[in-house]
Design a protein around this ligand. Sequence first.
Ligand code: PNS
Length: 161
Amino acid sequence: MRIGLYPGSFDPLTNGHLDIIQRSKVICDKLLIAIGTNSAKNPLFSINERIEIINTCCNDIANIEVVTFNGLLAEYSKKQNISFIIRGLRSSTDFDYEYQIAVANNKIAPDLETIFLMSRGEYFHISSNIVKEIASYGGDISSMVPHYAKEKIIAKYSNHS
Ligand code: PNS
């Protein structure tokens, strides 16, 4: 059984993430959606909130499981016996960052492969950060995130103000 691991901050889940999750079916039998800590980011949602958003928005997708990990992704992946890591790629900026991380992960876990799925054109401009930025100014994020995630983001920013 091929178990893929799709790691990320998912702060929150976007339509771009959802597309990668759905398309992962062609390469793995089961997908672990793994929420990790990106030390460069300051999350808006707690881990439990992010788990709940993913579970709600993915409840009709078979063979997925939401997990969390602390520490290094490569160490976690080794322990979980996963077949490969999946990451989405948008721009060349993504590529530079992702290539470096994939090599670093591979040094820690030499059998660990990272497989990249190219973002579909309609999701190219979407990132959790962009979504939060637009929402924080009251902009429309309907086309960028699932409806449930949109409600949660709007609630966060209305609580803030
Ligand atoms: O959605 P993101 O923010 O791009 O996800 C990044 C994440 C959480 C997958 C990455 O920061 C990560 O793997 N963090 C755990 C620590 C780690 O293993 N870093 C990579 C090796 S330097």
